[in-house]
Design a protein around this ligand. Structure first.
Ligand code: HPA
Length: 246
């Protein structure tokens, strides 16, 4: 049995059905985490939970202390981290409310604290990220979708953008030519930091809008909210099943 940590994104400042046992403030070498690390009972299992945008969704993607968050989860005993990520859909299958388990990332972010090997420790390592997600956890996530009867897209390339603004239509055109299927703002440096810290990390991406230029008109925040609520419902069932399988 290994302890699963869930990192919550938009729509997940908490998790319905998680009954909190403890909320722990963790000191880290990198400063403050987004929130205390919650340990809770989730179905038949215990899990850790951390909302990356903070308890009241107050942290924009470029201000999240990804290093502190992942370090704290590891310090609390997590070996596996499943990250929840709202995304915009670019290619045809990635329609609003679709659930996906990405297998690749392109990083378009800048200016974020993106490594633990920043010279401060006197050690530099160049980690391999050929496959940026942990295949074991990706497979477990797919199996949880199958057990609960939720359709899931089993691979796709996640484009990580800086935010907090959404993209222009021309930017999305470029990301599509690059090979991105979906676009979100938090997938990096979270995934590569998890690898640096030796954590097995994978992500459930849930599509909450068509990316810019992929539907008529502008992107309506109200529609995003409605789609987030729909996705939260299906994800909670899948996550309970995933947690029971660790
Ligand atoms: N772009 C970037 N991040 C997002 C989007 C988007 O369209 N939707 C949800 N997160």
């Amino acid at each position: 049995m290994s302890l699963l940590a869930i990192v919550g994104g938009s729509g997940f400042t908490g998790i319905p059905a998680l009954s909190v046992l403890e909320a722990r403030h963790v000191e880290t070498p990198y400063g403050e985490t987004s929130a205390p690390v919650t340990r809770g009972q989730f179905g038949a299992s215990e899990v850790l939970f951390l909302p990356r945008h903070g308890p009241s969704h107050q942290l924009p993607p470029h201000r999240i202390n990804y290093r502190a968050n992942l370090w704290a989860l590891r310090a609390c005993g997590a070996e596996r981290v499943i990250a929840l990520a709202a995304v915009g859909g670019i290619t045809a299958r990635f329609a609003p409310t679709a659930l996906a388990i990405p297998d690749q990332i392109i990083d378009y972010t800048h200016g974020r604290e993106h490594t633990i090997y920043d010279g401060a420790t006197g050690v530099v390592e160049h980690i391999d990220v050929t496959a940026p997600y942990c295949e074991d956890l990706r497979l477990a996530a797919m199996a949880a979708c199958d057990r609960t009867g939720h359709a899931v897209i089993r691979q796709g390339t996640y484009g990580a953008t800086q935010g907090p603004r959404l993209e222009t239509a021309a930017e999305i055109g470029r990301y599509e030519r690059d090979g991105c299927d979906m676009v979100g703002m938090t997938g990096m440096p979270e995934a590569s930091l998890a690898r640096e810290l030796g954590l097995c990390y994978a992500s459930f991406a849930f599509v909450v809008n068509w990316a810019a230029g992929k539907s008529d008109g502008i992107i309506a925040m109200r529609d995003i909210e409605i789609n987030i609520a729909r996705c939260v419902e299906q994800l909670v069932e899948v996550l309970i099943s995933l947690a029971a399988d660790q």
